[in-house]
Design a protein around this ligand. Structure first.
Ligand code: MTE
Ligand code: MO
Length: 348
């Protein structure tokens, strides 16, 4: 079963309690967290962001200089690529998420595109590499946390260099003083504690790009890099939980079910609910999201009769991606978006 090492990771990196799906914007302390190494201690006064590599004018900017630049605000649903990992068998040993590695935040910062235009990206640029201040060992290799983006997305997309979350300076655990936010992409893309941005002339092959965060069936498999979030619907677990199993109990009669659904591949087109473990499905009512990059609210009224049930929900997006009913296994335990299961007792 779950090892003490996995518990150690789970105790550091908490999920969003699913009852917090009730908030359109997740309060900061309820947003999930994932930190591979240690949270670095950063003093704004001594910190600078370096922008270099294949640029005409390398930059070195203080937090004040970044804050003085044009600002934008983006409401973004962010989900860890490892969400659902603990439900795979055999279980890949890493952060053991069930369903809760998600949150929605309002990020304020300066558009990445503008900063890169100011530096002047040169012709032969292929990717842009983002380096965090945090360091650790992974796969036996000592490293800084680093990820890249294709240059077209960095220059043409909506990515933001964010210094605020929900209107407050980033707290240490979310990347103070500056982080990257790339709407629609899985969590690992959003490099925290940014120290440097480097424009390069070839695909970046660092650990977090070419080794981790790829879908592969075995070690020899080169793998498919993870990019955008697959669709997922989650429900607020109804009724009241048993402590410590967390099994739910509701009274019989009409039970309002509610939740949120998102996809990084386009708007969610439908959410369906099953009250018989996935045998039959009924459409839920679906709202428009607050932003193109934020989750949609959904609701469904369940006429609950005394007995034992398994509730499920599943989303389909405009690109035609639909949540599977069973998990698809891969070595790293990524992108398991199998439809949620919520066992419920309806008391008479
Ligand atoms: N520098 C740095 N950035 C990072 C990470 C990290 O460990 N170090 N974790 C990544 C992963 S895997 C995820 S899912 C998100 C989580 O962001 P949050 O903790 O703000 O929710 O941050 C990403 N950015
Ligand atoms: Mo993640």
């Amino acid at each position: 079963m779950i090892s003490l090492e996995e518990l150690q990771l789970a105790a550091r990196n908490h999920g969003m309690p699913l009852e917090a799906l009730r908030y359109p914007v997740t309060p900061v302390g309820l947003h999930y967290l994932l930190i591979h190494y240690d949270i670095p201690l950063v003093e704004a006064a001594g910190w600078r962001l370096a922008v270099g590599g294949l640029v005409e004018r390398p930059l070195s900017l203080s937090l004040e200089e970044i804050r003085a630049r044009p600002a934008t605000e983006l409401t973004v649903t962010m989900e860890c690529a490892g969400n659902g990992r603990a439900r795979l068998e055999p279980r890949p040993v890493s952060q053991p998420w069930l369903d809760e590695a998600v949150g929605t935040a309002v990020w304020t910062g300066t558009p990445l595109r503008l900063l890169l235009e100011e530096a002047g990206v040169l012709e032969d640029a292929v990717e842009v590499v983002f380096r965090g201040l945090d360091r650790g060992l992974e796969g036996g290799v000592e490293q800084s946390y680093e990820r890249s983006l294709p240059v077209d997305l960095a220059l043409g997309g909506e990515a933001v260099l964010a210094y605020e979350i929900n209107g407050e300076p980033l707290p240490p655990q979310h990347g103070f003083p500056l982080r990257l936010v790339v709407p629609g992409w899985y969590g690992m893309t959003n490099v925290k504690w940014l120290a440097a941005i480097e424009v390069v002339d070839r695909p970046f092959t660092g650990h977090q790009q070419a080794v981790s965060y790829c879908l592969r069936t075995d070690e020899a498999d080169e793998g498919i890099p993870l990019t955008r979030m697959l669709p997922r619907a989650l429900m607020v677990p109804p009724g009241i939980p048993d402590f410590p199993t967390r099994r739910r109990t509701v009274p019989d009669g009409p039970v309002p079910l509610e939740g949120r659904a998102w996809s990084g591949w386009g708007p969610v087109e439908s959410v369906e609910v099953s009250t018989d473990g996935g045998g039959t499905w009924r459409p839920a009512e679906l709202d428009e999201p607050e932003s193109q990059w934020a989750w949609h609210a959904w609701r469904y009224e369940w006429a609950a009769r005394t007995g034992e049930y398994e509730l499920r929900c599943r989303a389909r997006d405009a690109a035609g991606n639909e949540q599977p009913l069973e998990p698809a296994w891969n070595l790293g335990g990524y992108a398991n978006n199998a439809a949620q299961r919520v066992p419920v007792t309806v008391a008479g």
